[in-house]
Design a protein around this ligand. Structure first.
Ligand code: HEM
Length: 369
């Protein structure tokens, strides 16, 4: 967290109050219950007003891409996309893009593996599925180009500059060229083709592809290596290998203590209050999910505090993470592959600096002797 956000993270830590108005930033919320009630109250809080995600992403992705929509149109688009994220669809999709058997084999043979590079390859393969590209044409560089877009985002700067918008649009247009071809061909074996069959217009489908790529790849590349590091550092990995029923609480606890999407943003559209702090239309609300989740204690799959949070790390209410089933499928597959190897050790680690989503730049692991 500190490597990614050297200024904002210590500030979040200093703000001990559950809700606090921070001049120049907005109303900061760092309490899980208040955070949830804010997310559920769509009469007062929106993702489409000033300082909200729509200010950031509409210039890049267009006006109708779920994460910058509200109301009936938002619900209608989510309903159309629903079956794309049903476990029956995402589990084979994840399995096809994650060659995890190779990971198990290399570690078992005594090789040292950079898990970040590995998960980047998985994520790039996932992007290729989403945009209808042949998986053999994707590499880590594709992932790096996508994450260069989110690197532009700063909490204190609610909008991207025109130059940043132009770069981001260029990268996404390049990706959606393939998605457009797949959509037009109507081949249901591809995700864009399937979207067409589900009744999405071409623009809706391209917007959705852009939103998936932006929201769904970096979060996983952040989370999976961090989960593994937490499991090794805390000594839980061998315990979970011996008792697999602990894997699900460990994944949930890992998501709680790392919270890969550490902050959510809303804009106020009606007079109201968050706890003891009054809010007015136009206020910007910063929901500090990471701070709220961390305040509940250290990683512990046995007590599993995470179970009380109803997956707050994936949001709550109408914008709850659409990709959660896909994310969970990928996390489970990777963790299973690692648990097969037996005890692991961290050979070297480097945190990523200047990124939006805190993560490792590299996490080299090997079999523990
Ligand atoms: C560990 C991985 C992930 C985490 C922690 C995560 C977290 C979140 C959170 C917190 C939100 C709600 C934001 C808000 O309300 O402001 C969200 C929304 C969303 N996520 Fe995820 N996400 C993950 C992976 C994915 C994946 C793999 C995909 C798809 C490929 C995805 C697609 C989306 C979409 C489309 C939305 C917008 C939903 C809407 O506005 O209706 N996410 N995610």
């Amino acid at each position: 967290m500190r490597a990614a956000h050297p200024v904002v993270y210590p500030l979040l830590e200093l703000a001990r109050k559950p809700v606090l108005r921070v001049p120049g930033l907005g109303v900061l919320v760092r309490d899980a219950a208040l955070l949830r009630s804010t997310l559920m109250d769509t009469d007062t809080f929106t993702k489409t007003g000033p300082g909200s995600p729509s200010d950031l992403w509409t210039p890049v992705l267009g006006p109708a891409v779920l994460l910058n929509m509200e109301g009936a149109d938002h619900m209608a688009l989510r309903r159309k996309l629903g079956s794309l994220f049903a476990p029956a669809y995402v589990e084979p999709l994840a399995a096809a893009s994650l060659p995890t058997a190779g990971l198990t084999a290399r570690l078992t043979a005594g090789e040292t593996v950079d898990l970040v590079a590995e998960v980047k390859r998985f994520a790039s393969a996932m992007i290729s599925q989403l945009v209808g590209l042949d998986p053999t044409h994707v590499d880590e560089e594709l992932f790096d180009r996508v994450s260069s877009i989110t690197r532009f985002v700063r909490l204190a700067r609610p909008r991207l500059t025109p130059a940043q918008v132009a770069v981001a649009r260029g990268i996404l247009e390049e990706l959606t060229t393939h998605a457009r071809e797949a959509y037009r061909a109507g081949d249901e074996a591809t995700v864009p083709g399937r979207m067409r069959a589900l009744g999405l217009t071409e623009d809706e489908a391209m917007g959705a592809v852009g939103a998936f790529v932006l929201t769904g790849t970096e979060t996983l590349v952040s989370y999976i290596p961090r989960l593994v590091a937490v499991l090794i550092d805390s000594g839980w990995l061998p315990l979970i290998a011996a008792e697999r029923s602990l894997a699900e609480p460990a994944i949930a606890e890992g998501l709680r203590v790392t919270t890969p999407s550490p902050v959510m943003l809303r804009s106020v559209i009606a007079d109201g209050a968050i706890g003891s702090v009054a809010v007015r239309p136009g206020d910007r609300v910063i929901l500090a999910t990471y701070a709220a989740n961390r305040a509940l204690g250290e990683f512990d799959p046995a007590t599993n505090v995470a179970a009380t949070l109803k997956q707050l790390w994936f949001g709550a209410g109408t914008h709850f993470c659409l990709g959660a089933p896909l994310a969970m499928a990928q996390i489970r597959l990777t963790l299973d592959a690692l648990l097969e190897v037996g005890p692991l050790r961290i050979v070297a680690r480097t945190p990523a600096r200047g990124v939006l989503i805190p993560s490792y730049a590299s996490l080299r692991v090997g079999r523990a002797s």
